[in-house]
Design a protein around this ligand. Structure first.
Ligand code: KIV
Ligand code: ZN
Length: 519
């Protein structure tokens, strides 16, 4: 690498299995933890914090098993500044190819006074004793100053100095409560590294919580202050508002290489897979608009955006979906979609429509988007496959109102546009569908027999479109037509009329010359 392109390597320390698993409700089974650890290792995570061995036998077993099977990444076990914790962590990671003990103690005045009930001097002694103990078990020791960002800088420097002197190889300065701003966090690293005599003997690490939504920004700011390890989690899982999201930190570094002169060893195309796995095993859904891995992260709905995307993807995408393992950009059809995007979507689904049919389908898609939350590909297929609205239909539905329920009789008030004339009728029936069909018969008397009536839901959910198929028979001939609508009765009425229109077309072509519209 030339000096101009040289980038500093940032160590990615993943704590999904420890800080992430600490989120209320996010616990994982041993098998799930092993699956996550394997994926993190395959993805290129440098250090996997596998758990907190003293916390429970389950945690101890998970850290031990992960330590045994992971061959590439370092495996870390967390320990408080307590001998029993450190010994248990040492025991759990001892079979790892690259073991690490991560020990921590609070350093801020509020933690010392209310939680630890110890003086600054006592905590300094604890740091020396516990780091020394850990160092006698393994050579790779990380020491963390819990609540570092609310610790007076002089005292923080003395703590860091003691930890390095006792043998810590990584110094982590967490923003435990997610309180720091990026410039404060960066400056803390600059000051500690400048003021502590042996700071060059350790790698400095950032560990940020997202209480103010600043975790990723703070982690990147720490790099500017000299940190070279970032502690993060998949999907930003973690205590309270979570930790810095691994995918955000990694993709910021990768995408803004012009500004952030760093590199990670993460294979970014595996990020989506990792996100899905962690969401599945924890049952923590990923917010739709979550950066990088949310389902809308590469979805475009507005007409202006879709138009730009079709011309050049870089108009509205700063990274490719492929770079994070998403197969392709999705243009989601909705009320803001334009004609170009709709045509593109139809092409993708295998439809080439003539101008009239296209216009009709486009208007119906817009109509549907006004009434239905999500317009899925299946909805569009149903809409195009829907044999209503060729523009040539002689009979069209103008309006339909149905009264139904336990109190009967079911009544349908139907207004049809019959060759330009509006006709309205109210009919009753044995159920609402029957009432609708009787209303059609009253307005358009005909001899056709209903041979088939079938309904199915196009997609899942209570707002799904109903696709109705109707087959009408007449003089030994049959026609079938389909219509889709979120309202089953509207779909039924339109499907029936579509079949009637087809019969009329047949008549006009001389097939079965039968007068349909007797009235
Ligand atoms: O947030 C924090 O301070 C921690 C420590 C245990 C590193 O998670
Ligand atoms: Zn934390």
């Amino acid at each position: 690498m030339s000096a101009a392109t040289e980038k500093d390597r940032v160590i990615i320390f993943d704590t999904t299995l420890r800080d992430g698993e600490q989120s209320p409700g996010a616990s994982m089974t041993l098998e799930e933890k092993l699956e996550v650890a394997d994926l993190l290792d395959a993805m290129g995570v440098d250090i996997i914090e596998a758990g907190f061995p003293i916390a429970s036998n389950g945690d101890f077993e998970a850290v031990t098993e992960i330590a045994k099977r992971i061959k590439r990444a370092t495996v870390a076990g967390l320990a408080r500044a307590i001998n029993a914790d450190i010994d248990r962590a040492g025991e759990a990671v001892r079979f790892a190819a690259k073991p690490r003990i991560h020990t921590f103690v609070s350093t801020s005045p509020i933690h010392l006074e209310f939680q630890m009930k110890k003086s600054e001097a006592e905590v300094l002694d604890i740091i020396t004793a516990t780091v020394t103990r850990a160092r006698n078990l393994v050579s790779d020791i990380e020491w963390s100053a819990m609540d570092a960002t609310r610790t007076p800088i002089d005292y923080l420097c003395r703590c860091v100095d003691a930890a390095i002197k006792a043998g810590a190889t990584t110094i982590n300065l967490p923003d435990t409560v997610g309180y720091a701003t990026p410039d404060e966090y960066r400056d803390m690293f600059i000051q500690v590294r400048e003021r502590v005599a042996n700071s060059d003997k350790a790698i400095f690490s950032a560990h940020c919580h997202d209480d103010l939504g600043l975790a990723a920004a703070n982690s990147l700011a720490a790099l500017e202050g000299g940190a070279r390890q970032i502690e993060c989690t998949i999907n930003g899982l973690g205590e309270r508002a979570g930790n810095a999201a691994l995918e955000e930190v990694v993709m910021a570094i990768k995408t803004r290489g012009d500004k952030l002169r760093y590199a990670t060893g993460i294979e970014s195309t595996m990020l989506t897979r990792a996100s899905k796995l962690v969401a599945a095993v924890t049952s923590f859904p990923v917010q739709y608009n979550k950066a990088i891995v949310g389902r809308n992260a590469f979805a475009h709905e507005s007409g202006i955006h879709q138009d730009g995307m079709l011309k050049n993807q870089q108009t509205y995408e700063i990274m490719t979906p492929a770079s994070v393992g998403v197969s392709k950009t999705s243009l989601v059809m909705g009320k803001h979609s334009g004609r170009a995007a709709f045509r593109d979507k139809l092409r993708e689904l295998g439809y080439e429509l003539g101008e009239n049919a296209f216009e009709e389908a486009f208007n119906r898609m817009k109509d549907l988007a006004d009434r239905k939350k999500h317009v899925y590909d299946e909805d569009i297929e149903a809409l195009v496959g829907d044999e209503v609205g060729s523009g040539q239909d002689r009979i069209k539905v103008e309006s339909l109102t149905v009264i139904c329920g336990t109190q009967g009789p079911q009544l349908a008030t139907l207004t049809l546009d019959v060759e330009g004339t509006h006709k309205t009728v109210q009919a009753s029936g044995n159920g609402p569908v029957d009432a609708c069909f009787n209303a059609i018969k009253a307005l358009v008397p005909n001899e056709a027999q209903l041979e088939l009536y079938q309904v199915h839901a196009v997609t899942e959910g209570t707002d799904a479109q109903a696709e109705v198929s109707v087959r009408l028979g007449e003089n030994g001939r049959s026609v079938t037509a389909k219509a889709a609508d979120p309202d089953t009765l509207v779909a039924s009425t339109r499907a029936y009329l579509a079949a009637l229109n087809k019969l009329m077309v047949k008549r006009n072509k001389g097939v079965n010359p039968q007068t349909l519209m007797a009235g």
